[in-house]
Write a protein that binds this ligand. Sequence first.
Ligand code: GRG
Length: 303
Amino acid sequence: MTLGKIKMASDFQGWIAAHQVRFEGVLRELLPRAEVAPQRLHEAMRYAVLDGGKRVRPLLAFAAGELVGADVKRVNIAAAAVELIHAYSLVHDDMPCMDDDVLRRGKPTCHVQYDDATALLVGDSLQTLAFQLLAEHRLSADAASQLEMIKLLAVATGSRGMAGGQAIDLSSVGKSLTLPELEFMHIHKTGALIRAAVMLGAQCGSVSPAQLAQLDRFGKLIGLAFQVVDDVLDCEADTATLGKTAGKDADNDKPTYVSLLGINEARNMASRLHREALETLAEFGDSAQRLRELADFIVLRKF
Ligand code: GRG
């Protein structure tokens, strides 16, 4: 899978393609085999994770890992943990009790393909598998920093991160939020996991506290930019291109950057966040090239 038709340097395209193919193999190995009992649950977990998605979060982890010379085998595990959490969130988000959607990554959503109870268990099992991976593989030189990594992903995933953002999202349907309220929601719902991907990739290698602080800021800014662009695409792109139902935000009367700012201002905001994110990488020089290119992709993508 490629990242679409936007113009990218050919070596960056090659870097992406190589990581996507390799990482698909990593996920296939790490997920429970479909022949192992309970077969239907394992098959549904594989359905929800494999053969789809842009893998933006894993790519951010690989780029951050490369920046600090991390062993790619360690980053594989960190990236897989983040992607499993992401896949869990999509499965639950699509269920009738939340966003109630039938299409994800160009395929029927998990609860449509299987059933509600299976989808619930798929999300639960993907989430716990993510933490199992972080606990059972050596990711860092010492146990204390590995525990910090596990805590980082837990906070990013839970009520002070993604799940908390989702709770605010669900309760804001039909309401108008202020810009700071909308930002708070999205920094948590979408941004927290993107930020965690960058941080965990870097923590697999040797990174100073000052570098980590810069990368944290990069992750926060690019995570928010991702969401602003997602709001724009929800209005502008079509369902076939997105692989999920377009126009859902307006249909569900959800506050978005577009509903609050209008499409042009939302685009300007994404550009500003993009610029600020790139500024945080200035001191890393050429070693941050992949992160810069991924930031460009996140803001320029068409799906
Ligand atoms: C259910 C706890 C819980 C949280 C759900 C992620 C999320 C929170 C909801 C998804 C709804 C949504 C469309 C959010 C906008 C941003 C987003 C996460 C888009 C999907 O991510 P991509 O574009 O998807 O990286 P792929 O399929 O490429 O991996």
